[in-house]
Design a protein around this ligand. Structure first.
Ligand code: ZN
Length: 248
């Protein structure tokens, strides 16, 4: 995407992003299943060499953005403090509410929304708009070790500066955008995409607050963290589909 930031697309309905830190990778959104996340990590390792995953960031509480976490790290790595897991405030409660309590009904209806059992064919399954397809397999979860509580919160992870914007009750009930000033890269989670996104997802996910959603995206565009040209975003990465790159 830009120097220091790589993304694997086409393995899943969402994208996985690898950011080069001082000693390892910061991984944003480890896809839906262990298999697709592991294959992405192997692809990155094949082309760029082995580096340990030192942090995982979940942008929001939808399963295609955390379910493959065991493909890039493990409970042991996190418990030993060798890998942090960063998520927006309320992530765990919303994840359990949507994916476990409401999960069986929603998973069944999601097959109608996304068509994973259709044959890949011009008149069958082409793609899902946001990404290629939902992989078949059980999602996993490692609970966050760090929660982001407010907009403007800043953190240095493995030598990489990150500035967060908390966006609750938008595309997901727990969600956040963030900016990497050192790379000029802005991650808009799934708050911005090239597709027509859902306000009332037919799979039964929570109805979205359209006013709050649009307001947080407007605030993001008006509020460059430092208002310095060098810190303005040059690359915008949504959680699904292709990034937008611009020279400024
Ligand atoms: Zn989402």
């Amino acid at each position: 995407m830009c120097d220091g930031v790589w993304q694997v697309r086409g393995y899943d309905i969402s994208n996985i992003t690898f950011i080069r830190g001082e000693s390892g990778w910061i991984v944003v959104d480890p896809l839906t299943t262990t298999a697709t996340a592991r294959a992405s990590y192997e692809l990155i390792t094949h082309h760029l060499g082995h580096r340990p995953v030192v942090s995982v960031i979940y942008t929001h509480s939808h399963a295609d953005h955390f379910g493959g976490v065991f493909g890039v790290t493990s409970d042991e790595e996190v418990r030993a403090g060798r890998c942090s897991v960063i998520a927006p405030e309320g992530f765990l409660a919303e994840t359990i509410g949507e994916n476990i309590i409401a999960g069986p009904a929603m998973a069944r209806r999601a097959t109608y929304q996304f068509g994973p059992f259709l044959d890949p064919d011009p008149t069958g399954h082409v793609d899902c708009g946001l990404g290629t397809s939902i992989p078949i397999g059980a999602p996993g979860l490692i609970a966050p070790t760090i929660e982001i509580h407010r907009t403007g919160e800043e953190m240095v992870v493995d030598g990489v500066r990150i500035v967060f914007q908390l966006t609750p009750e938008t595309e997901a009930p727990a969600e956040m955008n963030f900016f990497f000033p050192d790379f000029g890269a802005l991650c808009m989670a799934e708050n911005c995409s090239h597709t027509m996104h859902n306000l009332v997802p037919i799979r039964g996910a929570l109805v979205r607050n359209s006013l709050r959603w649009s307001n947080t995206s407007t605030r993001r565009s008006k509020c460059s963290p430092t208002r310095q040209r060098s810190s303005s975003p040059r690359t915008t990465g949504p959680g699904g589909e292709r990034p937008t790159c611009a020279s400024i």
